[in-house]
Design a binder for this molecule. Sequence first.
Ligand code: OGA
Ligand code: MN
Length: 296
Amino acid sequence: MTVRIEPADPVRSPGFFGEVSGIDLRRDLTDAEVAEVAAGMDRFAVLRFRDQDIDDAQQLAFARHFGPLEQATGDIVQGADRRLPMDVNDISNLDRDGRVMARDDRKRLFSLGNMLWHTDSSFKPTPAKYSALSARVIPDRGGNTEFADMRAAWDALDAETQALVRDLVAEHSQIFSRGTLGFTDFTEEERARWVPVPQRLVRRHPVTGRLSLYLASHAGAIRGWPTPEARMLLRDLIEHATQPRFVFVHSWRPHDLVMWDNRVTMHRARRYPADQVRDLRRVTVADCAPTLEQAA
Ligand code: OGA
Ligand code: MN
């Protein structure tokens, strides 16, 4: 098979969201296929692989080709209460017995944070590079995932704003993002695990050299700035970056796998009927170092 990668929507989104065909993720990839996918990630930032009926082991094997995997230490459910192993993020509304969670379930309320614009694991000292999300069961309506192109968002800023934000360092924590939803009942252990970490606000892609904004709802402070001024700027930048012209809306089919480059994108989940099952699983490739240790 020959790997082909083309824009999913050549008119609205020619260089951001790619559609991959001619690849079977149930089988181990060849070196040539890995290189094609990596090049596609650098060119587009998000890739969709349709009709990939894979299990967790196949998803893990696929992602490992792109670097060491993260552990799901950002999930609120840890230890024996987890439904899935520590190298798989549980992006579902199911409890460990496979039932749709109760409305007031703590895990469910925490998971609603995925509906805020974010980039994965920016609340960890070394954040995520790639996320690979596989759809196993999807609701009959709603539940899209939206992606924002943070390279295009940077390019579209005026020069004065670019100069203002170019060297800023933000602090990211899941305590901030959940706090904006009124979710505040964290344990001492969770507060310690999710202390704010510094991240550059503007990053340079190591392969393409392109600059991009690096933002998330996890960002609640800017080093050296008064808090209200920092939060207002962050809010303003997120609003800028998520205008429809920078956003691609992905509508799930069962067995879709979507992989995105967290260094240059944000994403969010959309609402869906609370009584329906939505079971997606995410495997995450770690970045190489904290953003402050990477070339600006
Ligand atoms: C994720 C995530 C969004 C969604 O998997 O990291 O934010 O639509 N998912 O479930
Ligand atoms: Mn996410």
